[in-house]
Design a protein around this ligand. Structure first.
Ligand code: HEC
Length: 462
């Protein structure tokens, strides 16, 4: 069997790796989705303008255009930031994604380049072009932006539901996976809604009489109507994800359930205000309301992305790669060879530990736990186990996938478990200057038995 590859990793202090990538990701997704919906909305308003609506003309040539430009520029920068952070926190995941979908990434990149060129050309030269060229340029911008979503969506949804790809690694069966369509439609609806809300903010800053402002707001609000179909897409998505992930979202993991509720609640409020308030009851939307709704939409996006990432646990690519960057087969291998035997990287703070067993424990933590935990910061292990007895610690770590179904099976030997247990006890005790070695053979025998009993399969199957 090939040796397990180890990559250098970066630590982010109290932030765990998952949070860092999540934070960058949420900002990126929000901006990129707005840039897509913004393109569609600009196209629709340009058409109105060409039919003689002077206010729509002022809108297209005003701040909104700049907002779209800024968001696709920052969207592009945060996209690069995503690559930069993922290679630090999950080099293997991103490596597998590139291996499997090399040409699809290239395709996505080409569409993205078209989007950037068309968007910039419109921004820079739009005022000098005739109507037809303007329409074409905006249409190209909007279409290319949506196409880049189309391609990236297949790759991202594959991570949670690789579907037929698991048997035979067919590229297209991975791309058109079970959640491809519900998440593409869902994200498209989010994109147009974000654009509608941002447009309402901008329209409120325009120097227009109230009734003309209202007319513009009502046509922008039409772009938020797809939000009405979002519950349907969300149910479709839920039906297509694995049974165990679904059970966490629906009560099995309270933090996730609450995020689902926050996303759904915020979307319902936005949808209700826009559809019932603006379009049916003809209410106005002032700049404060519009900004609040946009902030609510940001919250819903953040909660939604959190749920999507969380639902994948314990995998980054379901059935193929755990969050720890180990494959299921490698877990079984490391049960025999040890988690850190071939780990070439030293600890940054090795001198801190009073004995070699604790050094080993710190390395085991780095390889097997720190994708989702820190010792003292977010999802802090020391706090989770503070009240536990020694055997409780040993049993729960040895049978990790049964302690919580969203953790991977423990990928190490009984001695690795004990080294980690000692590290946690030492940290809970406040890191005293001396610490005894633990080398009781009856403990090793007991932990080995637990490891054998629980096996190396994940709880949710694949
Ligand atoms: C895929 C992500 C992931 C990995 C990898 C992971 N955990 Fe967890 N773990 C979690 C989550 C999420 C929780 C839930 C925290 C909560 O309930 O607040 C958790 C909870 C725990 C708990 C508390 C369980 C309870 O029932 O109270 C312990 C102990 C724990 N993890 C230990 C570990 C150890 C030790 C490792 C490494 C060998 C590890 N975890 C690896 C995600 C992970």
């Amino acid at each position: 069997m090939d040796p397990v590859p180890y990559y250098p990793v970066n630590e982010f202090g109290p932030l765990m790796k998952g949070l860092v990538i999540g934070g960058v990701g949420i900002l990126h997704v929000f901006l990129a989705q707005f840039a897509i919906g913004g393109g569609m909305l600009l196209y629709a308003f340009e058409r109105r303008a060409q039919r003689g609506d002077a206010d729509a003309r002022a809108f297209v040539d005003g701040y909104f255009r700049i907002l779209v430009l800024v968001s696709f520029v920052i969207g592009a920068l945060t996209g690069v930031a995503m690559w930069f952070t993922t290679i630090q926190v999950g080099a293997r995941t991103i490596g597998l994604m590139v291996d499997e979908f090399h040409w699809l990434w290239a395709t996505e990149w080409v569409w993205f380049s078209v989007e950037v060129c068309a968007g910039y050309a419109f921004y820079r030269f739009g005022s000098r072009l005739d109507d037809r060229a303007r329409r074409r340029l905006l249409g190209l911008y909007a279409f290319a932006a949506w196409m880049s979503l189309f391609w990236i969506n297949g790759i991202l949804s594959w991570q949670l539901t690789p579907g037929g790809w698991l048997d035979g690694h067919g590229m297209w069966s991975g791309f058109f996976n079970p959640t491809f369509w519900p998440s593409l439609l869902f994200r498209t609806a989010v994109a147009t809604t974000l654009a509608a809300l941002a447009a309402c903010v901008v329209i409120n800053t325009m120097d227009l009489p109230r009734d003309r402002k209202l007319a513009l707001i009502r046509s922008a609000a039409m772009f938020a109507v797809p939000i009405a179909a979002m519950p349907l897409f969300a149910l479709w998505f839920l039906a297509a994800i694995p049974e165990d992930s679904r059970s966490w979202l629906l009560g099995g993991s309270m933090p996730m359930t609450m995020f689902v509720a926050v996303a759904a609640g915020a979307s319902a409020l936005i949808g209700g205000y826009v559809i019932v308030g603006i379009l049916m009851k003809k209410l106005t939307m002032n700049i404060a309301t519009a900004t609040l709704l946009l902030a609510l939409a940001f919250g819903a996006t953040a909660a939604g992305e959190f749920v999507r990432e969380g639902a994948r646990k314990p995998f980054t690519i379901r059935g193929a790669l755990y969050s720890t960057s180990l494959t299921p087969a490698e877990v079984a291998q490391l049960r025999k060879t040890g988690a850190t035997t071939h780990d070439p990287y030293p600890l940054r703070d090795e001198a801190r530990y009073p004995n070699p067993q604790l050094v080993r424990g710190a390395k085991v933590h780095r390889v097997l736990c720190d994708a989702c935990h820190t010792l003292h910061g977010s999802n802090a292990l020391v706090e989770l186990v503070r009240t536990w007895t020694d055997d409780q610690l040993r049993l729960n770590i040895a049978k990790l996938q049964r302690t919580k179904g969203f953790m991977p099976p423990f990928a190490g030997t009984a001695d690795d478990v004990e080294a980690l247990v000692q590290l946690l006890k030492w940290e809970v005790a406040g890191t005293p200057a001396t610490w005894p070695l633990s080398a009781d053979p009856t403990v090793t025998t007991q932990v080995s038995r637990w490891l054998d009993e629980v096996g190396t399969s994940p709880m949710g199957g694949r």
